[in-house]
Design a protein around this ligand. Structure first.
Ligand SMILES: *Cc1c(COP(=O)(O)O)cnc(C)c1O
Length: 388
């Protein structure tokens, strides 16, 4: 018999967002919660949905939480409730996930794309001012702003709210990536006229399917959204008073979220620890994420900006070889994408910051369960490449 070749130690591939460790930790509670729903059998608008809404309202210090089917519907329901439509302009960042602009197009309004800030990658208030002027020149009616809390950090709401007040616009915070974060002692959910989030599995607070929520202190808005969520029903179930949709959150997902909310605060602390470790080790090599004063991040993503001397494709390949996944959020800003190209941008030329960001950013593994060993391996792989 020949001696077998010595095998290299198998590399255990790291998860980009480690949902497995979380499940292992809370599995008995999740199983029990799902079983309870199966036993009572109220799969649509069961007691867990209302319990979750109550807990979320307490968590972020807001009067109304309206759960819904996903984070995109959350944004869309608000635009429907506000009667946004053709001729209206809604200001959205270009450097975001498509849903933020998609919902504006759904209702026939015009998304106007705004550039990003160099340091936080969030909506640039100066570019927002320009966008409002551009919309007016085009004969559009500016109605609202949807700032996005990109990668988990709240946008600069004081600066944005001041502009909104000047032009009498509403502010809807797209907190799909930032649930759990704070802006100057206010929790995401309680910032803006209305806020939304997503419970897509990979978001900071995720369920095991699709889910989302809307948060507001506005009683009237909350009542309209609740009606829209169930086909526009009125006080008499058989007399629909407006055109709505089927936008409810499943009871099973609500039951799962109630269990996940229990470990969420610890996960936020862990995410910050991982970010601190990455920051410390990488700060002299790449541009590490910058948080503005008085703000915390939910760290949906840990995204660095690479200097010219680091080739992004090479780095992605080197990380992959070590079993480390990395993702580019986002390869293309929305204003350059096929479905959105024809919509206006803040200035008629281009959006230089978000176009540069798209070519330079890279997101590293992040979750509430990144081990010290994994963080070390990520850092060492990057250091090795940049030293060679
Ligand atoms: C994920 C996301 C959404 C949409 O959420 P879904 O639940 O996937 O519909 C909206 N906006 C932003 C910024 C997101 O990251």
């Amino acid at each position: 018999m020949t001696t077998p070749l010595k095998q290299p130690k198998p590399i255990q591939p790291m998860q980009f967002i480690d949902l497995k460790s979380q499940l292992n930790l809370i599995r008995p509670a999740i199983d029990a919660a799902i079983k309870k729903v199966l036993d009572h059998g109220i799969f649509i608008m069961g007691p867990e949905v209302f319990e979750l809404e109550k807990q979320l309202s307490e968590f972020c210090g807001v009067k109304h939480t309206i759960s819904c089917a996903n984070g995109t519907d959350a944004l869309g329901l608000v635009l429907m409730a506000k009667n946004v439509g053709p001729g209206d302009a809604v200001f959205v960042p270009s450097f975001t996930f498509a849903a933020t602009a998609e919902v504006v197009a759904w209702v026939g309004a015009t998304p106007v794309f705004i550039d990003s800030l160099e340091d936080t990658y969030n909506m640039d208030p100066k570019s927002l001012e320009q966008g409002i002027q551009t919309a007016k020149k085009m004969g559009l009616n500016p109605v609202g702003i949807i700032p996005v809390d990109l990668f988990g950090q709240p946008a600069d709401y004081d600066a944005i709210q001041a502009i909104a007040d000047t032009h009498e616009l509403w502010v809807m915070a797209d907190g799909a990536q930032s649930f759990g974060a704070e802006y100057k002692d206010r929790k995401v959910g309680s910032i803006g006229d209305v806020a939304t989030t997503s419970f897509f599995p990979a978001k900071p607070l995720g369920c095991y399917g699709d889910g989302g929520a809307i948060f507001t202190n506005d009683d009237e808005l909350a009542a309209i959204i609740k009606s829209l969520r169930v086909h526009g029903q009125g006080s008499d179930k058989y007399d629909n008073v407006r055109i709505g949709m089927n936008g409810r959150l499943d009871t099973i997902q609500a039951a799962i979220l109630i269990e996940k909310l229990k470990v969420f605060p610890t996960e936020l602390v862990n995410r910050q620890k991982t970010a601190d470790a990455y920051n410390e080790a990488l700060k002299d090599i790449v541009t590490v994420p910058k948080l503005i004063d008085g703000v915390t991040s939910a760290w949906a993503q840990y995204t660095v900006r690479l200097p010219k001397n680091i080739n992004r494709e090479q780095l992605i390949a080197a990380l992959k070889e070590s079993g480390i996944p990395s993702v580019i959020y986002y390869v293309k800003p929305l204003h350059q994408q096929t479905a959105y190209k024809h919509y206006p941008t803040a200035t008629t030329s281009n959006l230089p910051v978000c176009e540069a960001l798209a070519g330079e950013v890279l997101s590293l593994p992040m979750s509430g369960y990144v081990s010290d060993e994994d963080a070390y391996q990520v850092v060492q792989t990057i250091l090795k490449l940049t030293r060679s």
